[in-house]
Design a protein around this ligand. Structure first.
Ligand code: NI
Length: 169
């Protein structure tokens, strides 16, 4: 089932998500719905807070579903390694209509549980590293705008607040 994606300003996006204590049928269904919602959007990643659920789960697929091996679902993800630096244009399904250049690690290693509760480790470089970092930020209550500084950040935030006020967000 495709779930509605919540937008910047919703409380659930701006507070840390809670660890998953047990991978129940409900959690599995949530993850499946997140995959469907991500592909429908379409997007290359989605975190549970983006569908209004404050749990530490994200899904990533930089192939947009073209390669069945491209889909990664991680529960309670943790960093193993992060290194290097890349700066690329980035957007977010919860911040539609906006994008900005964001500094991210060039390479990351992340581990977490799959939906069977087995530990999985993934290495990502470039776009995949960026996607992992972007989704992990969501689990920590951050959106990419929070990674911007100074006038670049305040300009974007002001434009979003205008839309929220106007009821067009
Ligand atoms: Ni996002």
């Amino acid at each position: 089932m495709v779930r509605p994606i919540v937008k910047y300003g919703a409380e659930v996006l701006h507070q840390p998500a809670q660890p998953v204590e047990e991978i129940t049928g409900e959690v599995v269904q949530l993850a499946r719905d997140m995959v469907e919602t991500m592909y429908r959007a379409p997007g290359i990643g989605l975190a549970a807070p983006q569908v209004g659920v404050p749990l530490r789960i994200f899904v990533v697929d930089i192939t947009l579903g073209h390669d069945p091996k491209g889909l990664i679902t991680l529960v309670n993800p943790e960093w193993v390694e992060r290194e290097g630096l890349q700066v690329e244009e980035e957007g977010c399904l919860s911040v539609p209509g906006f994008s900005a250049s964001v500094a991210r690690p060039q390479r990351v290693v992340v581990k977490g549980l799959d939906l069977e509760g087995r530990e999985q480790t993934y290495e990502g470089q470039g776009l995949l590293a960026r996607a992992f970092q972007h989704e992990m930020d969501h689990l920590d209550g951050k959106v990419y705008l929070d990674r911007l500084r100074g006038i670049r950040r305040s300009l974007l935030v002001r434009r979003i607040h205008k839309r929220i006020k106007a009821g067009t967000w």
